[in-house]
Write a protein that binds this ligand. Structure first.
Ligand code: S2G
Ligand code: ZN
Length: 459
């Protein structure tokens, strides 16, 4: 029996596809620089079927690429070497909401937005939030430890995972941490699987913690002329307000979003950088504090202009200026760097990166945005029309090598939230020692002895 009929005998004929459209679609994620070339797409509907597919892949020594919402930005879900793509699209149920434990248990294919909605429906809140929540899946969020815009207050996905049911590369079923709050029984493999990018096992089911809904919030957008002023503004606003987000974007980012969507400018004054501050505003008392803090920033000549939301609708519109950047830039085929350093090191770091780019690549259109509140900068270089994809990528790979050295000198990370995948693999050495990287390879062998899971990604 050939592999296709064997797969059909495991998952059923309607859950195996070699349709050209599916082979194209399910072999890619949002990293738009790779080609798709999977052998077959399978859609298991149960954990048993996931195990059977893994046993088969081990027997035939055919690699598997786990696939979720395919919103990744480092090529973690790309299948270009005739792999089996194992899609979690049909394992997407919300299995349980427990109001005593304040948890939700879902299959890996449930979207982030579905989790947010079921939490809200039950009077609770799932706080990990980012632009692609509508299509990104919880399994992928866990596999890449997704971050987003509220990390300053709520942390990363890692901070919300209580339990993981996963199938290892040898087909073993693991129930990690059993969703216990306290469980001190040695190594917590849950945390090994979070951020493992599909290289240790297939995440099939996740139990997430939920919390109480946040108070109403207001949004302040202000403009500064120098990046380092944003750090001063952060300190001043944090001194009195509880922040749910402290995001930033450059004037170029704002221009592109306004050009694409026709949104109004937050204010007329031009600024080189903008901060979007989302702060708790219980019973409307914090807006006065925010205005006082803004005047303090103005007295210190830190800000050029600012606007504060007067309604939920206005807050939502202001957020669009930040949340729509990623999808807007996608059309310019950007080369992305997703860098992080400790917050205290950001001003010097950005100045050094900015002057490096300006000196070495003056004609490149560079767009800055990201999450100042947690030390994460997104540097997007837009592909010039004159360059084809591979010329552009090799130029940008050179930039990444230099950026990697800079990140290393600042003890930073070459991938703050987007993961390593294929795109950042060559730069891992700037954030992890060779000893750490070989230990990671040893750990991979333990969980995936035949190396069939997502080979070529991360390591
Ligand atoms: C963001 C989303 C992905 C991107 O907007 O904060 O993490 O395009 C990004 O960089
Ligand atoms: Zn981000």
């Amino acid at each position: 029996m050939n592999i296709f009929s064997r797969l059909e005998s495991i998952v059923g004929p309607k859950n195996v596809s070699i349709e050209q459209a599916d082979l194209e679609k399910f072999g890619l994620d949002r990293t738009n620089i790779y080609c798709s070339n999977p052998r077959v797409i399978v859609f298991p509907t149960s954990i048993d079927q996931v195990q059977e597919v893994i046993f088969l892949a081990n027997e035939l020594e055919i690699p598997i690429v786990p696939s979720g919402g395919r919103t990744g930005l480092s090529g973690g879900a790309v299948a270009s070497k005739s792999e089996i793509v194992l899609s979690m699209n049909k394992m997407n149920s919300i299995l349980d909401v427990n109001l005593n434990d304040c948890t939700v248990t879902v299959e890996a294919g449930a979207t982030t937005q579905e989790v947010q909605e079921v939490a809200t429906k039950n009077g609770l809140f799932y706080p990990v939030n980012f632009a692609s929540v509508g299509s990104s899946q919880i399994g992928g969020n866990v596999a890449t430890n997704a971050g987003g815009v509220n990390v300053i207050k709520y942390g990363m996905t890692r901070d919300w995972v209580l339990g993981i049911t996963a199938v290892t590369g040898s087909g073993e079923l693991l129930e990690l941490n059993k969703s216990l709050i306290k469980n001190n029984t040695g190594y917590d493999f849950r945390h090994l699987f979070i951020g493992s990018e599909g290289t240790l096992g297939i995440i099939c089911k996740v139990t997430l913690k939920l919390t109480e809904p946040p108070p109403p919030s207001s949004v302040f957008i202000l403009g500064v002329s120098k990046f380092k002023d944003l750090l001063e503004v952060l300190k001043i606003f944090q001194s009195k307000l509880s922040l749910q987000a402290f995001e930033f974007f450059s004037d170029h980012a704002l221009e592109k979003v306004i050009e694409a969507h026709g949104y109004p400018k937050p204010f007329e004054t031009h600024a080189s950088f903008y901060a979007l501050i989302d702060f708790d505003n219980q019973d409307n008392t914090s807006q006065d504090d925010a205005l006082k803090l803004y005047s303090e920033c103005a007295d210190k000549k830190l800000v050029l202009d600012g606007v504060m939301s007067e309604s939920i609708a206005q807050s939502q519109n202001m957020w669009k200026l930040r949340e729509d950047i990623s999808e807007t830039l996608w059309h310019y085929q950007p080369y992305k760097n997703d860098l992080s350093v400790r917050i205290s090191k950001m001003p010097k770091f950005l100045d050094e990166v900015g002057s490096f780019i300006k000196k070495s690549y003056p004609n490149f259109e560079v767009i800055w945005y990201g999450h100042i509140g947690d030390g994460n900068l997104h540097l997007n270089i837009l592909k010039p029309a004159a360059l084809n994809k591979s010329e552009f990528k090799s130029l940008c790979d050179d930039i990444s090598m230099n950026l990697g050295q800079l990140v290393e000198s600042f003890d930073g990370s070459i991938s703050a939230e987007h993961g390593v995948g294929i795109l950042k693999k060559d730069y891992l050495k700037f954030s992890k020692s060779s000893g750490e990287i070989s230990l990671m390879a040893e750990v991979k062998k333990v969980f995936d002895p035949k190396g069939i899971l997502n080979p070529g990604k991360l390591l």
